[in-house]
Design a protein around this ligand. Structure first.
Ligand SMILES: NC(=O)c1ccc[n+]([C@@H]2O[C@H](COP(=O)([O-])OP(=O)(O)OC[C@H]3O[C@@H](n4cnc5c(N)ncnc54)[C@H](OP(=O)(O)O)[C@@H]3O)[C@@H](O)[C@H]2O)c1
Length: 251
């Protein structure tokens, strides 16, 4: 459960991100081991930000990205299905400040053709607990590490839109993102007057382990735009559901 710096993972070439926090803005990305979360880490690095990224395993692509970027990436561990791990992570991050907190971690069902009644209870629980409950547990636990001029973001999906669901399919996944949107809306309602923007982001359908090989977009078609949208939201209080072009997604 210790925070692992690039130095600790790959050799004594790196200073922890904490030492540089005054010099560069820092984003905390929950779920940065691969896919869109890893790409977000890469893109924020390019923009001059430092990154604290969470993973669940010891050897991930984020560790590989940290190696040639000494002092810029810090790696921490958390499984968002574990309230105990979230609480421990919050304790270890005490005293830190993040210009952005972005919750990216999420999961889907392997067989997306099953209707909701065909899905096993175990599958349903795994997906809902990871993508809906886990996301909000993380936001509730870590939001006070984001200062008033910071931003809180969560990776949602166009599939979470109730009004845009005209074909069914991907039903547990859709439900988990719709629930995520609803819980984030409750969070925002409870924090009315909060100066921090809150963004539910829809990246588009992207080729990752989750998106699959048939997805329309490559990671590089989506994530640079997602990052620009997030950066443009700074200083704009309120909750928004936005796509990678910055347009509002119908809920
Ligand atoms: N790809 C798309 O088309 C698409 C479209 C819209 C929204 N999204 C959303 O974007 C996010 C990232 O998706 P992706 O396409 O990059 O998927 P991915 O390649 O499968 O990556 C999923 C990420 O979530 C992490 N994660 C999963 N379960 C976790 C848990 N219990 N605790 C902590 N981390 C966990 C994974 O960590 P491990 O490596 O440890 O498993 C990994 O970093 C998800 O929320 C997804 O729903 C994706």
């Amino acid at each position: 459960m210790a925070i692992v710096t690039a130095a600790a993972v790959t050799g004594p070439f790196s200073t922890p991100v904490k030492a540089a926090e005054n010099a560069r803005p820092v984003i905390l990305i929950i779920g940065a081991s691969r896919g869109l979360g890893l790409a977000l880490a890469e893109e924020f690095l390019k923009k001059g930000w430092n990154v604290v990224g969470t993973v669940r395993c010891e050897h991930t692509a984020l560790h590989e990205l940290a190696a040639p970027n000494p002092g810029r990436i810090e790696i921490a561990h958390v499984d968002v299905t574990s309230p105990e791990q979230i609480a421990a992570r919050r304790q270890r991050l005490a005293g830190r400040s993040f210009a952005m907190l972005f919750h990216n971690a999420g999961t889907a069902d392997a067989n997306q053709d099953q209707t909701i009644a065909q899905v096993s209870t175990e599958q349903f629980e795994r997906i809902m607990v990871t993508s809906a409950l886990g996301s909000l547990r993380v936001i509730e636990a870590l939001h006070d590490l984001v200062p008033p001029d910071g931003l809180i973001g969560v990776m949602s999906s166009g599939q979470g839109s109730i009004s845009a669901n005209e074909n069914g399919g991907h039903e547990v996944y859709r439900g988990s993102k719709a629930a995520l949107n609803m819980y984030m809306r409750s969070y925002a309602a409870r924090h009315a007057g909060d100066p921090r923007p809150m963004v539910l982001m829809a990246s588009g359908w992207v080729r990752t382990d989750l998106g699959g090989p048939k997805a329309r977009l490559a990671i590089e078609d989506s994530i640079p735009k997602v990052v620009n949208v997030l950066l443009a939201q700074r200083g704009k209080p309120g909750l928004r559901v936005l796509d990678r072009e910055g347009s509002t997604v119908a809920w």
